[in-house]
Design a protein around this ligand. Structure first.
Ligand code: PLP
Length: 965
């Protein structure tokens, strides 16, 4: 009677996830294809992608699975991680993420899907949150200017080393590091020092600066405060002596300890660095967490990374925006203060909110409790006859147990606690916010301390604090109202909501940023990130406790290798910029191993992303710029000439593919061959991989190494400017030169010549489940279809906008790749309407602007991604076309050049309540075109004056009286 039912195997998969990840459905796609003039996705991409690089065959990846099935797989992986109590310390601590922050920031797409706040008018919420973070760091460290996050503590120390050399009086000499510094920090410093000709000297500075080092000259000194072994030493004698020698002094400080201890600034330090992990950010097997840096006033303008500052809008009202952007690698390229682009914004927001939630008193209480546990732990050990090495400490106790360390650490592990073993004689135990009485008892038992000595309340009554009196903090901090007003959860919840509401993120609409691939960050991919089995692992926990992670990491590495056509992948780098550095260090080490140390020239096309040149300098290379031709492609003639000219010195060509101009260059294979012919290597910047996945593989069309951006192509959310993961992928011959890690030999080549580029062995491991899940959910066909749809979307937009704005560059068949650049310069010339005006006017239409003036000044680069459906693409095109009509009215003299909807954009609700003197209506101002009225996004401020803020640099929460406008 009925039709044959579908076989169970077909039903079991549920609806394929690809159909949810990819915005346009079959009907949409048919319409879009018709507009672009093709019959199918395959027809389109075989016309767009040069035949010479295409046809890599189907990806050998597991078939797509449903959301439910992938979650179940992730659960099984999570269950293979063992979460013990971590008392390892070493810069990573247990912390309690207040649930109101966990759910409303870390798990809230309004925060995690935001873009870097380059358009400040629609980013006031996260800019304020970052200003809070900067205020926390600046006040706790006692140094006036703090940045909006660095990648981790190790790289922050490396940035401090570079800064010291840049700004210090001593230009030669060594970088002197105290022996009690975190071992992973020392390792990262060494990796970063060597290519730039800096020598890192590690010495015990407890007795002062060794004469031998002083005689060689010292440009910088780094001290850990408190030390890795827990000791709190007075750094003043070393700081004073270092200053006499002309050195710049950096103190790597623990923010929680600083709530009780005198600040580095007060003690005379010039720079403070560290991590804000223990301010409510889960350990995540190493990351992501926000590293920090604060500096004395004189160095503010040399600070690496992003800095949020206070300025004013067109009404003179206070408004926030990124300050001093001209220091950044986007503008300064090889002369930039560092190569950092993506940082750790989401995690900095969390850490700042942790301080808002607890307030100064609450933070100090957490620190005091942590300290008391450590003090009692030490007292119990001593009572039981165990030698405690240091008399003054904050949270970490080092016990000397000759020959017994291994046995004690094993006994503690049996009882569910990981301790740190340091050689055969020393055991380190770190307390934190989450430490309990039961854990102290377990540790004492592991040491074999008799229970008679360890009555906690008796110990508590008898044990004084172990903080040195001369270093107790006496000054006030975090007195700003923001750290006092949100103590109830109701107030906190509303504060988070209020800030989120000021911002435009992917949960509101499209963010068509070229080169940034703002695609769907699916909820199912995000879910596992906060599961304790992924979130609560310490990066240096015994590796057998991380079986789930190891499997996930291996499978992700293999998947990325398959997709890119390379042989080996390292997931260590915390951002694309760091992947660039790792890739270039591999090239450098390869040439050296082949007896070619003179190969140091890095050829970079003029259109390249600014990080490329900045990374090349950090890798000890000399940047030589290759010209771009009329059509936007690499000028092959110039390239050949430069290859010839630098034949013996050529190290590598660094080229983005598809190009930063959004086209598939046809000459790529020829270019690769020419470089190889001259003995050079080819680095393909893989930030644009969203145009290649399933269609072509850089590792097969001639490149030797690439970095990828998992926070672009592989769905890790942008977080408002981080976190990110920037894996580096290489061909076999470069594999021995991938980054290693001294504390985790399985994280890279064993005894390879290149050290770590991140503090943690697998960098930001905690967010790798996102990309793993994406690959599993999409499967080989889904991934290919996503790429094809991204190319279709870009071409659809190009076709629709072409009659209104010239599309700057196209490739084969007049097609673009996954993004397109539209040229506003002729209109600017004719009418005076600037690229800024267009970007800000898009806000009135309810959009985030595309990438502005990169890679070509005066243009907009649009990348729709595969995730936006046709309705949203059309809404965007309609807005752009309507804006074009407005520009024409300005051009025709209908509106004055300085008073029109474009010049006045964006418009706020407040403006409507004021006297209206403009020659266009209120209606035209705020409800242009067909923008939905009920759901309108209202910018909280008018256009912001960036230059004013750069002249009057204010980078922490302004005093309360300045709020009285
Ligand atoms: C984003 C990007 C980078 C830098 O990556 P980050 O993760 O921001 O450090 C490098 N090159 C290109 C072409 C990019 O688009």
């Amino acid at each position: 009677m009925s039709e044959r039912p579908l076989p169970l195997s077909a039903l079991e998969h549920g609806s394929p996830f690809a159909a949810r990840h990819i915005g346009p459905d079959a009907t949409d796609r048919a319409k879009m294809l018709a507009q672009v003039g093709f019959g199918s996705l395959d027809e389109l991409t075989s016309a767009a992608v040069p035949a010479s690089i295409a046809g890599s065959g189907p990806l050998r990846l597991p078939q797509a699975r449903s959301e439910a099935a992938v979650l179940a797989e992730l659960r099984a992986l999570a269950d293979r991680n063992q979460v013990l109590t971590s008392m390892i310390g070493l810069g990573y601590y247990g912390t309690f993420t207040p649930p109101v922050i966990l759910r409303n920031v870390m798990e809230n797409p309004a925060w995690y899907t935001a873009y870097t706040p380059y358009q400040p008018e629609i980013s006031q919420g996260r800019l304020e949150a970052l200003l809070n973070f900067q205020t926390v760091v600046s006040e706790l460290t006692g140094l006036p200017t703090a940045g909006a996050s660095l990648l981790d503590e190790g790289t922050a120390a490396a940035e401090a080393m570079a800064l010291s050399r840049r700004v210090g009086k001593v230009k030669q000499g060594v970088f002197l590091v105290d022996a009690d510094t975190l071992p992973q920090t020392v390792a990262v410093l060494r990796t970063r020092a060597e290519p730039t000709g800096v020598e890192v000297v590690v010495a015990d500075l407890t007795e002062g600066i060794p004469r031998e080092a002083a005689e060689r000259g010292i440009f910088g000194v780094l001290l850990q405060y408190p030390g890795t072994g827990g000791a709190v030493r007075d750094p003043r004698p070393v700081i004073e002596r270092a200053h006499e020698l002309g050195a710049v002094v950096t103190v790597a400080a623990d923010l929680l300890a600083l709530t009780l201890l005198a600040s580095p600034g007060e003690l005379g330090a010039d720079i403070a660095v560290g991590t804000s992990q223990r301010f409510g950010v889960p350990m995540g097997f190493g990351g992501p967490h926000a590293g920090y840096m604060a500096v004395r006033e004189a160095y503010a303008r040399s600070l690496p990374g992003r800095l949020v500052g206070v300025s004013r809008d067109a009404d003179g009202k206070r408004a926030y925006r990124l300050a001093l952007q001209t220091r950044e690698q986007h503008i300064r390229r090889e002369k930039a203060t560092s190569n950092i682009c993506t940082a750790q914004v989401l995690l900095a927001v969390m850490a700042g909110m942790y301080a808002v939630y607890h307030g100064p008193q609450g933070l100090a209480d957490i620190a005091r409790r942590t300290h008391r546990y450590a003090a009692l732990l030490a007292a119990g050990l001593r009572a039981g006859g165990v030698e405690v090495v240091h008399g003054a400490f904050f949270d970490t106790v080092t016990a000397r147990v000759p020959g017994r360390a291994e046995q004690i650490v094993a006994a503690a592990r049996e009882a569910g606690v990981n301790l740190r073993q340091d050689g055969s004689d020393l055991v380190g135990i770190a307390c934190d916010e989450t430490t309990t009485r039961a854990e102290l008892a377990a540790v004492w038992a592991a040491f074999g301390v008799d229970g008679a000595h360890t009555d906690i309340d008796a110990l508590d009554a008898a044990t004084p604090d172990a903080l040195p009196g001369a270093l107790l903090r006496t000054d006030e901090y975090l007195s700003h109202p923001v750290f006092h007003q949100h103590r109830s959860e109701t107030a906190m919840l509303r504060y988070l909501r209020r800030l989120a509401d000021r911002d435009y993120a992917l949960d509101r609409g499209m963010i068509p940023l070229g080169s940034c691939t703002m695609k769907l960050n699916a909820t199912v991919e995000m879910e596992p990130v906060t599961w304790p089995q992924f979130a609560a692992l310490h990066p240096f926990a015994p590796i057998e406790q991380a079986e789930g992670y190891r499997t996930l990491i291996r499978e992700l590495e293999d998947g990325l290798a398959e997709i890119t056509g390379y042989d080996k992948v390292s997931l260590q780098s915390n951002a694309g910029s760091q992947g660039e550095l790792a890739g270039l260090l591999a090239v450098r080490a390869y040439h050296r191993a082949n007896g070619d140390p003179q190969r140091t020239v890095c050829l970079i096309p003029s259109s390249a992303h600014g990080t490329n040149a900045a990374s090349a300098v950090m890798a000890g290379m000399k940047v030589v710029v290759v010209a771009t031709g009329e059509n936007g492609d690499v000028n092959v003639e110039d390239l050949r000439a430069k290859i010839e000219r630098y034949r013996d010195e050529l190290a590598v060509l660094m080229v983005t593919y598809p190009s930063t101009h959004g086209v598939f260059e046809e000459g790529i294979q020829e270019i690769c061959a020419a470089v190889h012919d001259a003995g050079g290597q080819v680095y393909v910047d893989g930030a644009n991989l969203n145009a290649l996945v399933g269609l072509a593989r850089p590792g097969r069309f001639g490149a030797d190494v690439s970095h990828l951006n998992l926070h672009k192509t592989f769905c890790i959310p942008h977080g408002g400017g981080g976190p990110g993961v920037g894996p580096v992928a290489v061909r076999e011959h470069l594999a021995p030169y991938l980054p290693g890690h001294p504390l985790q030999p399985t994280a890279g080549p064993v005894d390879g010549p290149v050290g770590p580029v991140s503090a943690a062995p697998w960098g930001s491991a905690g967010i790798l489940p996102i990309s793993w899940a994406y690959l599993r959910l999409m499967g080989p066909e889904g991934l290919r279809e996503a790429t094809q749809t991204a190319v279709l979307g870009a071409n659809y937009i190009a076709k629709r906008l072409e009659p209104h704005y010239p599309v700057l560059y196209t490739g084969p068949g007049g097609l673009v790749a996954h993004e397109c650049i539209i040229d506003v310069r002729p209109l600017t010339k004719a009418t005076g309407v600037s690229i800024d005006d267009v970007a800000k006017r898009l806000i009135d239409y309810g959009f985030h602007a595309p990438t502005m003036s990169f890679p070509v000044a005066g243009t907009l680069m649009i990348e729709p991604t595969e995730s936006e459906n046709l309705a949203e693409l059309d809404r965007f095109c309609d807005a752009m076309i309507a804006i074009r009509a407005e520009i024409d009215r300005v051009g025709a003299g209908e509106w004055p050049k300085d008073d029109n909807p474009l010049a006045g954009a964006p418009h706020t609700a407040v403006q409507l309540t004021e006297e209206w003197t403009h020659p266009y209506s209120r209606q035209d101002a705020v409800f242009p075109g067909d923008t939905g009225r009920e759901d309108k996004y209202w910018p909280p401020v008018r256009r912001i004056d960036g230059a004013f803020g750069d002249r009057n640099l204010v980078c922490s929460c302004p005093p309360v009286d300045s709020y009285e406008d």
